[in-house]
Design a protein around this ligand. Sequence first.
Ligand SMILES: *Cc1c(COP(=O)(O)O)cnc(C)c1O
Length: 451
Amino acid sequence: MNRLLSDTARRAVNYLEKLDSRSVAPDAAALSRLPELREALPENGMPATDVIAQLDEIGSPASMAMSGPRFYGFVIGGSLPASLAANWLSTTWDQNVCLHEVTPLSAVLEQVAADWLLNLLDLPDNCASAFVTGATVANFTALAAARHALLKRAGWNVEADGLFGAPEITVVIGDEAHPSMIKSLGLLGLGRDRVTRVPTDSRGQIRADQLPDISGPTLFCTQVGNVNTGGSDPINAIADHLEGKNAWIHVDGAFGLWLRASKKRAHLVAGLERADSWATDAHKWLNVPYDSGLAFTKDAEALRAAMSISAAYLPVSPAGRDPSDYTPELSRRGRGTDIWAAIKQLGRSGVEAMIDRCCDHAERFAAGFKAAGIEVLSEVVMNQVLVSFGDEARNQRIIRAIQEDGTCWCGITQWQGKSAMRISVSNWATSEEDVDKSLTTILRLAQEHNV
Ligand SMILES: *Cc1c(COP(=O)(O)O)cnc(C)c1O
């Protein structure tokens, strides 16, 4: 065991040390070895060190350097050192975190992490929390609590009796809601298409002058941090509009919720505390390893009612919070541990600095593009940058060249009918030098392929 784990640690360190110099996308030579993994089911085993050697030799070079500082595709983030190491250690513990009585350590770490997160994100401190795989499941989890509460107030027990014959719930979403929100609505039987859509502005933010008249149980799904522009819905206006109604406001803040940790930028997501539930990711902007998402609800009972199970063989824990009372899963890993370690390493001020730094880098990118005469599609408000080199064909050609060059990695997107390249700065380790090095390369390639 000692040899195996020491060898693995050495290989991991070697991987991390190469992150800065290797091609961000795996190169052709690395990819050409992947077929070696496609072998028939082995009849007999082999020594564990040989298993890891093969995994590292074929696997590591063929991985996308997502944990590195110049991967700007999607909203990804890396792993803070303490968080990565805590993840190793807690994987070694192999705790099944569902019951406080059985795995008190993991339950306590989760509770502490939850308290810190509510504080950091400036949300009411008595919210219930759920540690799930990502924002998709966090949206699902919070919306299940919403469904419970809205129907309970209308005299219906949805967990017991299902949705057939239930009072109608009006579901409102913005035109630029994330597809995972729509998927969650489908999973909950509320319908992917059975929604009232509110028009959005040029930044993808719900237009406050277009809010629909509301009557009856209403689930209002909002978003802070549009994946293309970083734009956020006007929560104060929405909360004012819904005052006194049987309504539940949910916020998808997969990365945008983290602006709450920045004194300089919290005003962009003002009023969020007036919502009823929030979904966010820790594996994006908090930079913990995959997978890690969070749901919070003001109404703790609603979340428990939607998620808790009881069985004769499961002990009740008078001593503390049972994590599985709040999540779709029963058995799962202790995600709170990685989050606890990330926050311990950075502290409140370190998280704030990381969020601000990423936003500053996004502004630096935008300024660099503008200075070179390249169109920035949407004024930068968060960590997202949208640029266009001209038309779709030109964007595709230049983006392919950037990905093949390997200095950095950016992806293509569509924004309100226009093709664009998207840069998302979410990694704890990205420096100004990384931004400048990436800009220089992108501008050179844009010139070369601008035919
Ligand atoms: C990333 C993202 C999601 C989905 O999060 P996962 O962690 O991939 O499940 C949902 N909403 C928004 C706004 C996002 O940026």
